[in-house]
Design a protein around this ligand. Structure first.
Ligand SMILES: NC(=O)C1=CN([C@@H]2O[C@H](COP(=O)(O)OP(=O)(O)OC[C@H]3O[C@@H](n4cnc5c(N)ncnc54)[C@H](OP(=O)(O)O)[C@@H]3O)[C@@H](O)[C@H]2O)C=CC1
Ligand SMILES: O=C(O)C1=N[C@H](C(=O)O)C[C@H](O)C1
Length: 278
């Protein structure tokens, strides 16, 4: 396969925990070509993205904070498939990053969490108008898709459910994007969960967690030593049904990321959730 046939990929957040993992995965994929590595962190500027990611050989792709010139450069290469940008940056910047990429015709594959429902709708409208594919995936692991499917099945039989998500303490947003999506999926069934039996008083604000869709509560734990974990706990008289997913290595997200890079090229609009492209 010549370089012209490879999918050009930019990684945004390339010096971060997820970005380094994506750089490695893209570099090792035979049909992908890492053409750009963006990161805002000053200490990583000009470093080789491959070496930073722990590869034994440099990739000759330096880290830069110049997003727009990189988008322009990749968009300007009209031969071969259009470019894809994988975003694992920060909730504060991801909205602008996606808009810029779509404006240049570069397809975003977004793992960064923290977008509001209004921002996602706005981006969906923008992608529609541009007829440009965009994937926003709150969780790229297959185990989480299976947990969510099991939760949806269980929720037909249980009226009481709470979600606990547990993450490393460098996570910027709470609750996690995955927990919000899980509550949304349960909420789509059209029933209200957790009918109150007594009037509750929170003696400390937040003691009962946050209120998500249809009465579902989400509790967020942040501790060093954790990676990413989620429990969905169903309760009924005399029984508890617990679903739990644990990640121990960010490599678990890479099959989903690579699938999304390949699938986004065929899309003409924004799609939300890994389950939609499996
Ligand atoms: N969808 C999924 O499956 C997963 C999603 N995530 C999400 O991905 C995001 C990133 O997570 P993680 O890798 O752990 O975070 P990190 O903080 O380790 O990495 C983020 C990187 O992006 C850089 N960055 C921040 N803002 C910008 C910007 N505007 N432009 C370019 N680079 C920027 C950061 O630089 P600096 O450090 O200087 O700020 C950092 O190097 C989070 O939202 C997280 O929730 C994480 C795991 C899986
Ligand atoms: O920040 C993380 O680490 C993760 N973020 C995503 C989220 O907010 O759901 C996905 C996964 O939980 C890891």
């Amino acid at each position: 396969m010549t370089n012209q046939a490879l999918i050009p990929v930019i990684v945004n957040g390339a010096a971060g925990k997820m970005g380094r993992e994506v750089v490695k995965a893209v570099a090792q994929a035979p049909d992908l070509n890492l053409v750009g590595a963006i990161d805002s962190s000053p200490e990583h500027q000009d470093k080789d993205a491959g070496e930073l990611a722990g590869l034994s050989e440099p990739l000759e792709v330096p880290i830069t904070n110049q997003l727009e010139p990189m988008l322009g450069y990749v968009a300007g290469d009209r031969q071969g498939p259009p470019g894809v940008i994988v975003d694992f940056t920060h909730p504060d910047s991801v909205y602008d990053n996606i808009r810029s990429a779509i404006a240049y015709g570069i397809r975003p594959v977004v793992g960064t969490t923290g977008l509001s429902p209004e921002q996602i709708q706005d981006l969906a409208d923008f992608a529609d108008k541009a007829s440009t594919g965009c994937l926003i995936i709150p969780n790229f692991s297959i185990g989480m898709v299976l947990l969510q499917q099991a939760a949806v099945a269980a929720s037909q039989y249980f009226d009481h459910v709470e979600i606990i998500e547990l993450h490393h303490n460098q996570k910027a947003d709470a609750p996690s994007g995955t927990a919000i999506q899980t509550a949304q999926l349960l909420g789509e069934l059209g029933k209200t969960f957790n009918p109150a039996l007594v009037e509750e008083t929170e003696k400390l604000p937040g003691a009962r967690g946050s209120q998500a869709e249809e009465g579902i509560r989400i509790h967020s734990v942040r501790l060093p030593g954790l990676v990413a974990h989620q429990e969905v706990i169903f309760g009924a008289p005399g029984q508890i049904y617990t679903l739990r997913h644990d990640t121990s290595d960010r490599a678990c997200y890479m099959p989903g990321v690579l699938l999304a890079i390949r699938k986004v090229l065929a899309l003409k609009s924004l799609v939300y959730g890994l389950e939609k492209i499996l």
